[in-house]
Design a protein around this ligand. Structure first.
Ligand code: AMP
Ligand code: MG
Length: 390
């Protein structure tokens, strides 16, 4: 049995970074920017009026000053010509500031009679002009790697980048194993349950940037498992669920070995999730998760998400451990690292009474996994302990 951190290191060693692909900007949100990209132009590309008003020469701006309006500049319609001393140009937000002007008197500060305006309010010192390149200059970079947020997509658009270099999303093949499993919506027999882990894991992995495919459920039969593996040969990561312990019907390890899996490890000193196996099959990393729903999901958080991050070039930093104060006492932990389903409210954490690894209602109510290191001593109410937000 190896430790959680050794298991994680071994799993990361199995993964490699995905290649770069280019996607249209409209599909770039949530993807991982793979290479630094540079602005193709200045923004704004001209000094621009920030308000509706009148563009004038700053030196002439004072209370009661009068100007003749000799033209108009609107967004998308520049004023052709150069402003000499004396006149003003009607100017709207987003319009290029006419040559020769360096101040916009906002329309609220002005009285107008025909083509004559008079400054009626103290115009202040702000020029109401957005300077050329005030947002970014041509060549300015958006650095990589980063997960592209909506604001990044807007920035890339503004930089005139229509296609974005991103890491290909790793394809994960998920194989549920068990004669007792049917798909949601199917009619289960009297001895059957609905496959749930596959759907929870797909949601988790896709949210982190993977492209997860749910394969047909494999029966607890060698031929069925072989068939399932044969459907997964184009994946970047194969994940099996269930059938990984030592029962008579737990055939994943045997079939994987028959198919040439080079085993990296089997069994991790953790709760839940001890019967975890990993290795490489035909060059593809393979992870065998335990079948209990909570075990599978916890192992997804602790092991699969760092693998996906690594494949996306995001580095291996696991989710930050946060700290909260226990609301109650806890007994000493045993020799395995324990990820206890818990609820954090503000800076207090309460562990759910029932930690059975089959209870999805408890996991669904939890927003944290309290991390208990091996042999962690008994803890008192009020002690600060580390947890993983989930
Ligand atoms: P196993 O690891 O195959 O012994 O499965 C352990 C427990 O998890 C059993 O009660 C299985 O019925 C259950 N189980 C296995 N796979 C799944 C799945 N995909 N969805 C829900 N429960 C599962
Ligand atoms: Mg099973």
């Amino acid at each position: 049995m190896i430790s959680v951190s050794d298991a994680r290191s071994a799993l990361l060693q199995l993964t490699q970074q995905m290649e770069v692909e280019h996607v249209p900007l409209a599909q770039a949100a949530g993807r991982v920017l793979a290479q630094e990209v540079s602005a193709r132009r200045d923004q704004p590309p001209f000094s621009a009026s920030a308000m509706d008003g009148y563009a004038v020469n700053a030196a002439e701006v004072e209370l009661h000053a009068m100007f003749q309006v000799i033209g108009e500049a609107a967004a998308g319609h520049l004023f052709v010509g150069k402003l000499q001393a004396g006149p003003a140009v009607r100017s709207f937000t987003g319009a290029p500031v006419p040559q020769g002007a360096d101040f916009v008197v906002i329309q609220e500060d002005v009285g107008r009679k025909k083509d004559l305006i008079t400054i009626l309010n103290q115009p202040g010192t702000s020029t109401k002009i957005r300077p050329l390149g005030g947002d970014f200059r041509q060549g300015q970079a958006l650095t990589a790697p980063r997960v592209l947020r909506p604001a990044d997509v807007a920035l890339l658009a503004s930089m005139n980048i229509p296609e974005v270099p991103v890491r290909r999303r790793p394809v994960v093949a998920l194989i549920s194993t068990g004669d007792e499993l049917v798909m949601p919506g199917d009619t289960p027999g009297p001895d059957q349950i609905i496959a749930s882990n596959t759907f929870g894991l797909k949601a988790m992995l896709d949210e982190s940037g993977a492209d997860t495919r749910i394969l047909p459920i494999a029966k607890d039969k060698i031929s069925s498992l072989r068939m399932a593996f044969s459907l997964a040969t184009t994946a970047d990561l194969v994940v099996t669920i269930g059938g990984a312990s030592v029962g008579d019907h737990d055939l994943v390890a045997q079939v994987a070995a028959d198919l040439g899996m080079e085993r990296s490890f089997y069994k991790v000193a953790m709760r839940p999730g001890k019967p975890l196996m990993a290795g490489r099959m035909d060059g593809i990393p393979m992870v065998g998760l335990p079948g209990n729903p909570v075990s599978a999901m916890v192992c997804g958080h602790i092991f699969l998400l760092p693998m996906i991050r690594n494949m996306l070039g995001l580095g291996i930093a696991p989710k930050q451990i946060a700290t909260a104060h226990l609301t109650h006492a806890l007994a000493a932990n045993g020799p395995r690292e324990h990820y206890m389903r818990a609820e954090v409210i503000e800076d207090e954490i309460s562990v759910f009474y029932n930690q059975d690894s089959s209870l999805l209602t408890v996991l669904s109510s939890a927003n944290a996994l309290l991390v208990r290191p091996p042999n962690d001593p008994a803890r008192q109410a009020g002690e600060p302990l580390g947890y993983l937000p989930i």
